[in-house]
Design a protein around this ligand. Structure first.
Ligand code: GRG
Length: 336
């Protein structure tokens, strides 16, 4: 056998370099494809899960509420008008995903998920009244008082708040969490130390320069309290341990704060059509928001930091926390 000539060595090296580079490129393309597909796969699976939650919650709410024709029909029409106007059902989703993280069932968590949504819808109806935020548009439709009149809208809100406790009382009750604890959980989130305290501070802060600390006080109560309560109730419906309840409390608290920061960002970056509620309201009402105090970029960073803290809280759940993680991720990047 002849020894290889310099030309043969050169051609072999060239062939090897071309072969190696094309192998490396197709490998990296394949890896990128797998990564992207799994990302898409994950978000598609999550969106499908969210839509399953929403459908199940809508069916359950329909069962829990008196029908539109039940006397007095006007009040039941008004309650159902706002409840089924197309809300995102984020609080029920949090409750259901928290139940799943604690190895509970959607069936057991459903009454509590519905109770929270009724309280949330009541707060929106009342918030839109002329005596409060005076808004004409909510969930993509004219506000409750625009359709049914102020008196009936007040009563529809009152009735949704009341029916929430009725629905919660129909839940099955759990060894670690009695009905008394469940009712207390809902009442304290909705009461004058939390949801209403936030609204009071919000009303009193209009048109005034308030420090970031006061803004956080408002967000903790006006928004975070009910999201935290939703996550906690989901855990309770799964008879969760004290450590799991603590994790859900931290998760819900941080996701709740991030949710309001994003809401404030969307108020200045999105249109009324997209949001289904009047955009630019905060600026018009001279409301203090994170974008108005620290600007848009810093607000986005704050929302990311809060979401990262929420993720940290999920460590105790391992893989079972994936639904909550996807939900927090989704809320951070939402556009309405
Ligand atoms: C007790 C009257 C009263 C009010 C309490 C909840 C509230 C305070 C005011 C409503 C308006 C507001 C800015 C609330 C903060 C929480 C928030 C961003 C609500 C909107 O929640 P989404 O986006 O709404 O989940 P949908 O319609 O999708 O359910």
């Amino acid at each position: 056998m002849h020894p290889p000539t310099p030309l043969m060595v050169f051609q072999l090296a060239r062939f090897w370099r071309i072969f190696y580079n094309s192998l490396r490129m197709s490998l990296s393309t394949a890896v990128a494809r797998v990564v992207n597909n799994s990302d898409n796969g994950r978000s598609e699976a999550f969106l499908a899960r969210l839509s399953d939650y929403t459908e199940a919650v809508n069916r359950a709410l329909d069962r829990f509420l008196p029908s539109e024709t039940t006397r007095p029909a006007t009040i039941h029409k008004a309650m159902r008008y706002s409840l089924f106007a197309g809300g995102k059902r984020i609080r029920p989703a949090l409750c259901l995903a928290a139940a799943e993280a604690c190895e509970g069932s959607l069936t057991d968590a459903m009454a509590l998920a519905c109770a929270v949504e009724c309280i949330h819808t009541y707060s929106l109806i009342h918030d839109d009244l002329p005596a409060m935020d005076n808004d004409d548009f909510r969930r993509g439709k004219p506000t409750n008082h625009k359709v049914f009149g102020e008196g009936m809208a007040i009563l529809a809100g009152d009735s949704l708040l009341t029916v929430a406790f009725e629905i919660a009382a129909k839940s099955k009750g759990w060894p670690r969490y009695s009905h008394q604890m469940i009712i207390l959980e809902l009442a304290s989130a909705a009461g004058s130390l939390q949801l209403i305290a936030g609204q009071v501070a919000d009303l009193e802060g209009e048109g005034r320069n308030i420090p970031a600390k006061q803004l956080q006080y408002i967000h903790e109560r006006k928004t975070s309290a009910l999201l935290r309560c939703s996550a906690r109730l989901g855990g309770m419906s799964a008879n969760c341990s004290a450590a799991q309840l603590k994790a859900l409390t931290d998760f819900g608290y941080n996701v709740g704060l991030a949710f309001q920061v994003i809401d404030d960002i969307l108020d200045v970056t999105q249109t009324t059509d997209k949001l289904g509620k009047t955009a630019g309201k905060d600026t018009k009402a001279k409301k203090a928001t994170y974008p108005s105090i620290v600007g848009l970029d810093k607000s986005r960073k704050i929302a990311q930091r809060l979401t990262a803290r929420a993720f940290d809280a999920l460590k105790v759940f391992g893989r079972r926390g994936s639904g909550l993680r996807d939900l927090a991720d989704f809320l951070l990047s939402r556009d309405r």
